[in-house]
Ligand binder design. Structure first.
Ligand code: SAM
Ligand code: DTB
Ligand code: SF4
Length: 326
């Protein structure tokens, strides 16, 4: 059901005006919004597993898994079910509440989807929420995922429509919007966000957030990734973004999509504890947890738990955090 208290008509000028607020005013507004909907001291944690690695036919300029770039990545076929189960069990034992499985596909074949559906079922049986990211989906494939009981589908817009063709040429922005539409139509929770620090400007960051906030339903989860620069990808060597611009992006996402989980996603190994603390203050309330993202490193579990301890943050599911705020 559409929540009429949420706005879906943000203009680019309004969003740019938020980005241009004095930093303290922006963070105060974001934190105020955050507290209306969530327990401010809880963060949801998901663990990631790459179930099919590398050799992807797409040309996403940031991605170590594209077959077009020689990134020395160890390619892997679709993982066997028992390996997926073991990884999910480890994630659960480490405290994750959601398990997200990613495949380096342009789109899944129906045969591959049969296998992924078995994985979803095994992970659900462990009592974890499930998320998959498999590329583009047809309507019928989306229906099959819904029937399998999938909780979240991750499919990112990545950047603004204006900057998109500088980053990916092998599929269009509209292709992505079409897949997201299928997922929303089937009432699967949408996880959709983008990557910051790819050489885009502030207008692009505002325009990406405008796309997300003006979707007919706000994505339930909004991952904001900081580009992980991988050698031999076209974006390797891109000038580093001012970290405070990253914090601003989180804060604006929080204000535009007040009830969504905003995920401080890739790029945390390059961030100080203080920068991550600012991101949580700006309204980020979920992270990827576990020492690997899909193919690149992520902070070790004990490092994150130490940071949570220092900040008085409790790992919790999004539902629990919403209940505490209400
Ligand atoms: N192939 C599928 C797709 O592109 O939808 C699913 C897997 S793909 C690796 C999932 C997401 O990871 C991408 O949409 C992108 O936002 C993110 N990602 C990939 N490489 C990244 C990098 N180097 N830094 C930050 N995020 C990255
Ligand atoms: C998302 O937005 N970020 C995650 C998840 N969704 C699938 C992936 C980040 C990948 C970073 C590069 C890598 O590890 O390969
Ligand atoms: Fe392939 Fe996804 Fe990487 Fe693009 S982001 S190259 S589609 S794995």
């Amino acid at each position: 059901m559409t929540d009429t208290s949420l706005r879906h008509d943000w203009s680019l000028a309004e969003i740019k005006a938020l980005f241009e607020l004095p930093f303290n005013d922006l963070l105060f507004q974001a934190q105020t919004t955050h507290r209306q909907h969530f327990d401010p001291n809880s963060v949801q944690i998901s663990s990631l597993l790459s179930i099919k690695t590398g050799a992807c036919p797409e040309d996403c300029a940031y991605c170590p898994q594209s077959a077009k770039y020689d990134t020395e990545l160890e390619k892997e076929r679709l993982l066997p079910l028992d390996e997926v189960k073991q990884a999910a069990l480890n994630a659960k034992n480490n405290g994750a509440t959601r398990f997200c499985m990613g495949a380096a596909w342009r789109n899944p074949t129906d045969k591959n989807l049969d296998k992924v559906i078995e994985m979803i079922s095994v992970v659900k049986d462990l009592g974890l929420e499930t998320c998959v990211t498999l590329g583009m989906l047809t309507r019928q494939q989306t229906q099959r995922l819904k029937q399998a009981g999938l909780d979240y589908y991750n499919h990112n817009l990545d950047t603004s429509p204006e900057y998109y063709s500088d980053i990916i040429t092998t599929r269009t922005y509209q292709d992505r919007l079409d897949t997201l539409q299928h997922v929303q139509d089937e009432n699967i929770n949408v996880c959709c966000g983008g990557i910051i620090g790819m050489g885009e400007d502030e207008t692009d960051r505002a325009s990406l957030l405008q796309q997300l906030a003006n979707m007919p339903r706000h994505p339930e989860s909004v991952p904001i990734n900081l580009l992980v620069q991988v050698k031999n990808t076209p974006l390797y060597g891109t000038e580093a973004l001012d970290p405070l611009e990253f914090v601003r992006t989180i804060a604006v996402a929080r204000i535009l999509m007040p009830k969504s989980a905003v995920r401080l996603s890739a790029g945390r190994t390059d961030m100080s504890d203080e920068l991550q603390a600012l991101c949580f203050f700006a309204g980020a309330n979920s992270i990827f947890y576990g020492e690997k993202l899909l193919t690149t490193p992520n902070p070790k579990e004990n490092k994150d738990l130490e940071l949570f301890e220092r900040l008085g943050i409790k790992p919790q599911s999004v539902k629990q955090a919403q209940q505490t705020a209400a």
